[in-house]
Design a binder for this molecule. Structure first.
Ligand code: ADP
Ligand code: MG
Length: 257
């Protein structure tokens, strides 16, 4: 059965999209069938995986608001074994349009449940907020992966996120687990990075992945080429570490089963 993982943190710029795109591509590279779902109206995961927004008639908006089947909106990508459900700016309206609808929090779950068994992993890239789109994602998920940037105030705001996770567990999705906490954009030349690692490990303990994503220029260049790092520069440090992360995520799943 497909494992559904939300990549969430309401802070912007912490590496959610970079992680969603590259974890998806690495899991697919390791012979898993993967679906990447973009539910951020900015659509950065969509363009980052090389899907042309202009060429899409429909996107995740139509699934959430107009009950279009997810299977009709998904598309293949440059990466073998990796499909994607794109987002366009149209999705920006969904947060408000969904408010008066019935079962507004479970729309994504209902859509994904129908196709998740065709995949080993479904990875959802969340927007930088704790609004209805992120709630839909957490409700649809088995687990949440939280990227945390190695900077001052790294833990700031995480209590709000964890509180939202608890509310979703209580009211909408009992099964939701913390998949893991991923440290991102580590600058190995500074002591600050080491301090932040210690602080985050003290708080989240064994939930913190061994793989720590370094600051890597190739990772920041890849999206403008519409490619995940394993296609853009497979020999880069960024590619190596995201592959390691994918292996940890796979091993986590095996431990649970
Ligand atoms: P979020 O989705 O949380 O807003 P992004 O993944 O879009 O964050 O990352 C924010 C910016 O930082 C992007 O321009 C991205 O290319 C860049 N970036 C992300 N991770 C790294 C990294 N490990 N090294 C260098 N740049 C990165
Ligand atoms: Mg993003």
């Amino acid at each position: 059965m497909g494992k559904v993982i939300s990549i969430a943190n309401q802070k912007g710029g912490v590496g959610k999209t970079t992680t969603a795109v590259n974890l998806s591509a690495c899991l697919a590279y390791l012979n898993n069938r993967v679906l990447l779902v973009d539910i951020d109206p900015q659509g950065n995961a969509t363009s980052g995986i090389g899907v042309e927004k202009g060429e899409m008639d429909q996107c995740i908006y139509d699934v959430l608001v107009d009950d279009v089947e997810a299977s009709q909106v998904r598309t293949t990508t440059l990466v073998e074994n990796l499909d994607a459900i794109p987002a366009t700016i149209q999705l920006a309206g969904a947060e408000i349009e969904l408010v008066p609808t019935i079962s507004r929090e479970v729309r994504l779950k209902q859509a994904i449940d129908k196709i998740k068994d065709e995949y080993d992993y479904v990875i959802i890239d969340c927007p930088p907020s704790l609004g209805l789109l992120t709630i839909n994602s957490l409700t649809a998920s088995d687990a949440v992966l939280i990227p945390v940037q190695c900077e001052y105030y790294a833990l700031e705001g995480l209590s709000q996120l964890l509180n939202t996770v608890r509310l979703v567990q209580k009211h909408l999705n009992k099964q939701l687990m913390i998949e893991g906490v991923l440290l991102t954009m580590l600058d190995a030349r500074t002591n600050l990075g080491i301090q932040v690692i210690d602080e985050v490990k003290k708080y989240f303990q064994e939930k913190v992945y061994q793989s720590i994503i370094p600051r890597n220029v190739r990772l920041s260049e890849a999206p403008s080429h519409g490619k995940p790092i394993i296609l853009y520069d497979p020999k880069s440090r960024g590619a190596e570490v995201y592959l390691d992360l994918a292996k940890e995520v796979i091993a986590n799943g095996e431990r649970v089963r």
